[in-house]
Write a protein of this length. Sequence first.
Length: 90
Amino acid sequence: MEGFGMIEVVYKAWKATEAALALHNYQCGSVDEDENRAKRHACYRVIVAYLMGPLGRGIRIRLPACVIKAVRAKWPSTTYTGFKPSEIVD
């Protein structure tokens, strides 16, 4: 899924991000002080769940560049760190 189809997925995810963030904060019992970071990560979770279903703890995928670009434009980071592989070792 590329191009306009993927952008449509991102726009739909933006609408669900607030609910996903509230659920995540409730389940984890914590709130990220960096609001943009928390919203980006919630949006990424929504997009992955929509495209691939739940992956499980520690399983990560690389999202298409157009998705990352759109999400970062919506909620920019003051300190970009890049992709980090999972620290969980099986």
